[in-house]
Ligand binder design. Structure first.
Ligand SMILES: Nc1nc2c(ncn2[C@@H]2O[C@H](COP(=O)(O)OP(=O)(O)OP(=O)(O)O)[C@@H](O)[C@H]2O)c(=O)[nH]1
Ligand SMILES: [Zn+2]
Length: 365
């Protein structure tokens, strides 16, 4: 069977293709939406207000109380592909297409839940500044977060103009992020930008993570070449930058790649899971295959290949400690998440029981 006609012309389709639209999404769209709805991507979200890019350009839209699979209000994030109803004066988002990846943040509160801050992300650019760094622990964490979101990490060593010893720096970064593509970049001097641009394919979506002041906005500006995003000066005396971003925004770079700039992802307060931590420490995972016990925790068990690797200087002890720390953190996330999920479904069961009792009473009357 043929899908519905989604675009009036090839040119219209191209408009969305440049933002990452694929035939795969087209097929999903046909499954998920009812006639009359059009595909669009969220390019900006600011406290419940959305700007979308559709086949004929950018427009504003509202949501219509979409619920997720567990009956909670579904959060719409920058980068989401949505089905939108444009038959009325105000465009209304009716459905969110399944995400291929999502960067999520822990949300404080009794029921700890994850909040999506950037959706459908291909690359997470883990930015670390060479005015101080490289900070191996932070890089490890960033790489794990990228894997946790289902994206590919890329390490960006920013402010490379301030780096005195690239060889030594490379060695340290290689230790913290083996198998991860790494770029030395000086956004202020325009150094290394071309290599990075070439790596970010047209239609792909990247997001920048890293602490305040490492140069994320400056990098995004340099890549966009238009001064799209406001960068603030670092306060004298420390390396903390001013917070300049308040909303979450997806921009199309001249190279054809998309980039999401969002305060939520900057804070690094992102969701971790144990699988992602294992992926970020693939070297330790590899070593552990020869530990005597299959469930070895690498903390003193006999025949532990990981501790042995530390003893002979093959694996830095600090990296093993970092792995175990992140693993613990991820386990706590997972336990809390499961607990709050269980709590939610309990509530729902209770509500359901209440409805059943009320219904029974009504019948008995
Ligand atoms: N020397 C040097 N300084 C840079 C470079 N890139 C950024 N900076 C400086 O670092 C400071 C912080 O840069 P921002 O781009 O605002 O940092 P940010 O990561 O976006 O910070 P937040 O918006 O607070 O998250 C600014 O003073 C920049 O001029 C670089 O490549 N070399
Ligand atoms: Zn072991």
């Amino acid at each position: 069977m043929y899908g519905r006609v989604l675009f009036a012309s090839q040119e219209q389709k191209m408009n969305l293709t440049s933002y990452g639209w694929t035939d795969f999404l087209g097929a999903q769209f046909n499954d998920y939406s009812s006639p009359g709805l059009k595909p669009a991507r969220v390019v900006r979200s600011d406290r419940g207000e959305f700007q979308l890019i559709g086949a004929d350009g950018i427009f504003r839209a509202q949501t219509a109380g979409i619920l997720d699979s567990s009956g909670e209000p579904a959060p719409i994030a920058t980068g989401d592909w949505v089905a939108v109803d444009r038959s009325q004066d105000t465009a209304v988002i009716r459905a969110i297409l399944p995400r291929k990846s999502a960067m999520t943040r822990r949300r404080a509160g009794a029921a700890e839940r994850a909040q999506v801050v950037a959706a459908n992300v291909d690359f997470v650019l883990v930015v670390d500044g060479l005015d101080r760094g490289p900070n191996q622990r932070r890089i490890e964490r960033g790489v794990a977060l990228a894997y946790g979101g289902g994206a590919t990490p890329i390490v960006i060593l920013s402010k490379a103009d301030l780096c005195k010893d690239r060889e030594h720096t490379s060695m340290l970064v290689e230790e913290a992020a083996p198998f991860v593509e790494t770029f030395f970049i000086s956004a202020t001097e325009g150094d290394g930008l071309e290599g990075l641009s070439a790596h970010l394919a047209p239609g792909s979506t990247s997001v920048l993570i890293g602490p305040s002041g490492v140069g994320k906005s400056t990098l995004a500006n340099a890549l966009s070449g238009e001064g799209h995003l406001a960068a603030g000066p670092v306060r004298a005396g420390d390396a903390k930058g001013r917070h300049t971003t308040t909303r979450s925004e997806l921009i199309l770079l001249p190279s054809g790649a998309c980039m999401i700039d969002t305060p939520g992802v900057r804070e690094l307060g992102l969701w971790l899971d144990t699988e992602a931590v294992d992926a970020a420490f693939a070297d330790i995972e590899g070593l552990s295959e020869t530990c005597r016990f299959g469930d070895c925790n690498h903390s003193g068990e006999p025949g532990c290949a990981v501790v042995e690797a530390v003893a002979v200087g093959e694996l830095p002890a600090s990296r093993l400690a970092s792995y175990q720390k992140l693993l613990r953190e991820a386990e706590i996330h997972e336990i809390r998440h499961d607990a709050s999920k269980a709590r939610l479904s309990k509530n729902r069961e209770r509500n359901f029981a209440k409805i059943c009792r009320a219904e029974q009473k009504r019948k008995n009357r």
